[in-house]
Design a protein around this ligand. Structure first.
Ligand code: ADP
Length: 225
């Protein structure tokens, strides 16, 4: 589903943020990406979402070779990706419902389908009763759940998260990771960048570890059976 083959990324005027990374994530897998601050985690995710382009090597995501993707093809490619940010990036002057509906409205979905799918996504993250609230009226954990609902509302094949529990206490972090596991159990491929090693160690998933832009280990045991 996600195939990095000797992928390197050098930012203009900067040093190499990723060096010859080879990482293969199969359909239906859930993988954690760890590493110190500056190790290259965000860069790796930005290559998958095609916010950044690899300097060399080949990256294939959901059957598409990203190096060959034309600018005009990027929006269509991204429809298969759900993205969760650390700071959730919700629109604070809009309701929970409107925030989750936004990707569907942008995609031109029929209003009836929008309502059905927004409610289904909010139900999955346990926030159906909060649809008329504004994000400011919710706790940090609930705000992150809205961010996750927005990421999954289009039923993406791949769910990506960049430090999704970075601002949450340990109990809430566990709940959020459990939510990702639930989406993975129904077939979504999940990749989560996190430096919360304690939490990751307690969850039984494959861990890919970056150090100064190099992939250190991708043990294949540890996959939940
Ligand atoms: P992490 O997410 O693991 O903290 P990043 O991918 O953000 O790591 O950064 C990896 C390296 O790339 C760092 O040295 C960082 O300073 C550099 N970097 C990240 N983004 C840019 C950019 N837009 N321009 C130049 N250098 C960058």
């Amino acid at each position: 589903m996600i195939h990095f083959d000797q992928v390197s990324k050098r930012y203009e005027g900067g040093h190499e943020a990723l060096s010859s990374v080879s990482l293969h994530i199969e359909k239906g897998e859930m993988v954690f990406l760890t590493g110190h601050s500056g190790a290259g985690k965000s860069t790796l995710l930005k290559l998958i979402t095609r916010i950044e382009k690899a300097s060399s090597g080949q990256l294939r995501v959901n059957g598409q070779i990203l190096n060959r993707l034309r600018r005009s093809q990027i929006p269509h490619f991204r429809r298969n990706l759900g993205i969760v940010h650390q700071d959730h990036q919700l629109l604070m002057d809009q309701t929970v419902y409107d925030n989750v509906a936004l990707p569907l409205i942008i995609a031109g979905e029929h209003p009836k389908d929008v309502t059905r799918r927004v409610r289904a996504a909010l139900d999955k993250v346990g926030l159906l009763e909060r649809e008329k609230y504004r994000p400011i009226q919710l706790s940090g954990g609930e705000q992150q759940r809205v961010g996750i609902a927005r990421a999954v509302v289009k039923k993406p094949a791949i769910l990506l998260a960049d430090e999704p529990t970075g601002n949450l206490d340990p109990g809430l972090s566990r709940d959020i990771m459990e939510l990702f596991s639930e989406f993975n159990r129904v077939g979504t491929t999940v990749l989560i960048a996190s430096h919360d090693l304690g939490l990751i160690a307690r969850l039984n998933y494959r861990v890919a570890s970056l150090q100064d832009g190099k992939l250190m280990s991708t043990p294949f045991e540890g996959r939940r059976s």
